[in-house]
Design a protein around this ligand. Structure first.
Ligand code: ADP
Ligand code: ASP
Ligand code: MG
Length: 452
């Protein structure tokens, strides 16, 4: 059994869903379980609608709901015109948008939105897409069965970023998904959505469909997990910044995980963990170019000094300095306790004799935390920074590679530098404005330099 997950662009419209159908048909012998995202752009549109409604713009929210409904019904028309399920699926999709319209009405009266209602809305894209795609598969001769992902993906009630409950998911997947596969059917479920123990809809955080796929893969002990997207695999850099980025045929789990955590959007950062636990290989493929090799993520990919680079924008550096106390017992503990108490998560840390520097997301709520940190030292806050990661399992042993990196950065200001303890990520804090140029310069020096 394999898990095949198709992202938004792979199910964007009827033409993309046709391609996806072909890919799934070609894999039937491997008994696929299919996980799908919302049609491209739909989750953003839903979140926009939720905001409009809760700000009291009921009329514009409802017209956006209508536009989304139309978009889905156009695809129902295109995909199911000759199917006897045409009317039924059209009606079921419409029910989701009726539900959305009534939620909008309630929100516009209330004038605010709770994380719980936001998840109810955010998850509608996957509810609709999974139903539509299962029917499209059936209309094309694949024996597909829609599975409501909320019955399988059991999570805690941390709306917006719910924590999956692996044991409950394993039980549900074995009860609701595995028997379908054994009967020769193709289960189709939405990614990203789940439900709390008491049945309330939750989501796993943006981009979470990849994570859904790996959780289901682990629960069913799949032989591989495939992530189908719109690029030829994991690339040596973000192709939107570095057009010369090229696909990586094989990459190690830890490298892929590090890249995903530090900005490589192609994979949700949590995707790797469930696969690593069971050693299930993860593949990244291009649904627009299914013949390409793709990227295989495993334990045994070759060690390289540098495998890829990534950038995480919108980062803030906090520096806490104290002349006297840094190396005194308990200082760092106190600093990190404050981050913990204020629920602010830290990405990169570097210390010097008199200060500790940490990076956090620009969006992190810092006011109160900074006030508290000021009780223990001088605090400076530097916004509009970016974390540039040079990732390779052999980087620490390769002085040439490190030299190349620093030379390629030239005169650009380096605000912080760190080599992670596992020594696979040379992390450099730059000014955010320098990122595009710096990434291109790094890529050229690391991957495009003529062989000596
Ligand atoms: P999907 O909707 O299929 O989940 P995403 O938009 O979430 O797709 O992720 C794919 C996108 O990730 C690519 O189109 C690419 O622009 C971006 N990306 C950023 N960094 C990388 C990288 N290192 N390798 C491949 N793609 C990357
Ligand atoms: N549709 C969700 C999002 O846009 C989940 C995903 O596509 O992975 O964030
Ligand atoms: Mg994605």
């Amino acid at each position: 059994m394999i898990i095949s997950k198709f992202g938004g662009t792979s199910v964007a419209d009827a033409a993309a869903i046709e391609r996806t159908t072909g890919i799934v048909r070609g894999r039937l012998a491997r008994r696929p379980v299919v996980v799908v995202s919302a049609l491209a752009g739909v989750t953003n549109a839903l979140l926009g609608i939720a905001r409009q409604a809760s700000e009291g713009n009921f009329i514009s929210a409802v017209s956006s709901v209508q536009a989304l409904r139309e978009r889905h019904l156009v695809e129902v028309e295109a995909l199911l015109a000759t199917s006897d399920e045409h009317n039924e699926i059209g009606a079921e999709v419409s029910v989701i948008f009726d539900e959305l319209a009534s939620l909008c009405e309630a929100l516009s009266v209330l004038g605010f939105i709770t994380p719980r209602s936001l998840d109810a809305i955010a998850g509608m894209g996957e509810r609709a897409s999974s139903m539509l795609i299962a029917a499209a598969f059936r209309a094309r001769g694949i024996d597909a069965v829609h599975v409501d992902a909320r019955k399988v993906m059991i999570t805690d009630a941390n709306f917006g970023r719910a924590e999956p409950q692996a044991d409950a998911i394993a039980i549900a997947a074995r009860r609701l998904v595995a028997p379908l596969v054994h009967d020769g059917k193709v289960p189709v479920m939405g990614g990203y959505i789940g439900s709390s123990m008491d049945g309330i809809t939750t989501t796993l955080g943006r981009g979470g469909s990849d994570y859904s796929a790996s959780l289901v893969g682990a629960a069913l002990q799949a032989e591989s997990i495939e992530i189908w997207t719109d690029v030829d695999g994991m690339l040596t850099a973000d192709p939107r910044i570095v057009p010369t980025a090229r696909p990586i045929e094989q990459i190690r789990f830890d490298e892929a995980s590090e890249l995903a955590s530090f900005g490589a959007k192609v994979l949700h950062p949590a995707t790797i963990a469930p696969a690593v636990r069971l050693g299930i290989p993860v593949w990244i493929y291009n649904s627009r170019n299914p013949g390409a090799h793709g990227t295989r993520i495993t334990f045994d990919a070759p060690r390289r000094a540098v495998t890829a680079i990534a950038a995480k924008r919108e980062t803030t550096i906090l520096r806490v300095a104290t002349g006297k106390m840094l190396f005194q017992h308990g200082f760092l503990r106190r600093v990190f306790e404050l981050f913990d108490e204020h629920a602010v998560s830290v990405d990169v840390v570097a210390t010097s004799e008199v200060s500790v520097s940490v990076t956090v997301d620009d969006s992190a709520p810092l006011d109160v935390l900074v006030g508290a940190l000021r009780q223990i030292g001088d605090v400076s806050v530097e916004r509009r920074r970016a974390i540039v990661s040079v990732v390779g399992s052999g980087i620490a042993d390769d002085a040439d590679a490190m030299g190349t990196v620093l030379r390629a950065l030239g005169h650009r200001r380096i605000n912080m530098l760190s080599l992670s303890a596992s020594a696979i990520n040379l992390t450099i804090l730059l000014d955010d404005a320098d990122v595009p140029d710096a990434m291109r310069a790094l890529h050229a020096a690391l991957f495009e330099a003529p062989a000596a």
